[in-house]
Design a protein around this ligand. Structure first.
Ligand code: HEM
Length: 361
């Protein structure tokens, strides 16, 4: 067994050995973070319905006037063929578990792909967002923040070959929904209709957050998308899933003890354990005092130190239902950012496999 596959197979060992590995690889990609200044009350936007679930997207009206010189224009036509999205969902669900990959599931990295393809949205210009699936192309695929997401894209390529009629942008967002729901998370309203763009639609680097910064940085990034403080804190709870990889972001380790289960444990740990700066040669991050096997980013810690953020993180630590409800709305909003309402279908019911009749599951 090679060193890296041994690390993957034994997460706890990975958490311990990674400083060495990180130092050796010195692989931290820089996350440019030149986000525009936040606008006062920056969660403005147009309201559109999602079968009763409010989804806010800014600047959507601009899509009514396509202009070939405008990065907002998505050039490829979406498939007109009918797609059985539940079948696609089930195929993804079936593909999630893999003992050889990370903590045994592709789910977390699929959630990160759905978030990174959507979180590029800029409400002021209307460009970016999940419409387009532009991370298929360099330069966006090579942006530091997207390091490691080729694992998710390559994994989903097999599903795309099975269901060629679904667009990549629908597939990536649906996969994020599937991964959250199958990990025990809440139902997430999802609508179909995203179109795949081309390389001209790639967004500039620096639109996604950098883990070694504080509350101001987080707000700059998320307010630009049209998100507010409650949504920022709720969305950050996705760090219940997965881990940091020294050879991707430079950070290292999981946030919680069961990184393939979606729960509010992330918030509970933020308050129930004690956190100290980890002394190592990698980028600044925190470790839990009790057994040093878990990590938090500076941005995670900001959810407890910033007064506004603290209100929500404390609430979610105590009340998982409140977290699930706010997360579902915020994640649904995230994965529809930048997609013109005129393109979108009604919400597509996507059942968890455990809730399907045995015949269809
Ligand atoms: C302040 C905001 C955020 C920062 C700074 C941040 C930063 C990071 C970093 C550094 C990683 C490790 C990547 C790697 O090394 O593989 C990561 C992983 C992850 N992030 Fe975030 N993130 C943020 C918000 C979010 C949001 C909003 C979501 C989803 C709603 C999310 C979902 C995930 C997931 C699921 C992983 C684990 C991926 C895996 O295990 O492969 N993050 N994040």
């Amino acid at each position: 067994m090679s060193f890296s596959s041994l690390l993957r197979a034994t997460p706890r060992l990975a958490a311990r050995a990674a400083p060495l590995q990180a130092a050796r690889q010195s692989a931290r990609r820089s996350y440019a973070s030149a986000a525009p200044a936040p606008k006062a009350g920056g969660n403005g936007g147009l309201l559109f319905g999602l079968l009763g679930v409010g989804v806010v997207g800014g600047g959507l009206y601009l899509y009514a006037r396509p202009d070939s010189d405008d990065a907002r224009t998505v050039k490829d036509a979406a498939s007109t063929k009918e797609v059985d999205y539940q079948k696609v969902y089930n195929a993804i669900a079936e593909s999630l578990e893999d003992e050889k990959y990370d903590d045994g599931s592709y789910g977390p990295v699929l959630v990160r792909l759905a978030w990174h393809c959507s979180g590029t949205y800029d409400k002021n210009t209307g460009n970016g967002g999940s419409n387009g699936a532009t991370m298929r192309f360099a330069p966006e695929a090579n942006h530091g923040a997207n390091a490691g997401l080729e694992h998710a894209r390559n994994h989903l390529e097999k599903i795309k070959q099975k269901f060629p009629e679904i667009t990549y942008s629908d597939l990536w967002t649906l996969a994020g929904v599937c991964a959250i729901q199958e990990a025990g998370g809440p139902y997430i309203p999802w609508r179909a209709g995203r179109k795949d763009g081309d390389v001209d639609n790639c967004t500039p680097d620096g639109r996604l957050p950098d883990g070694d910064k504080g509350a101001d940085h987080i707000r700059n990034i998320f307010y630009r998308m049209g998100m507010d403080d409650k949504e920022i804190v709720a969305l950050s709870g996705a760090h219940a899933l997965g881990r940091c990889h020294a050879d991707r972001s430079g950070f290292d380790g999981p946030w919680q003890y069961s990184p393939t289960t979606f729960s509010n444990e992330y918030y509970r740990l933020l308050y129930d354990d004690k956190w100290q700066e980890r002394k190592w040669q990698g980028p600044p991050q925190f470790e839990n005092k009790s057994d040093k096997s878990l990590m938090m980013l500076r941005t995670d810690m900001a959810l407890t130190t910033d007064k506004e953020f603290r209100k929500y993180s404390q609430k979610y630590a105590k009340d998982e239902q409140a977290f699930f409800s706010d997360f579902s709305k915020a994640f649904s909003k995230l994965i529809h950012l930048g997609v013109p309402t005129t393109q979108l279908s009604e919400a597509v019911p996507l059942k968890k496999t455990e809730d399907q009749a045995p015949a269809t599951a």
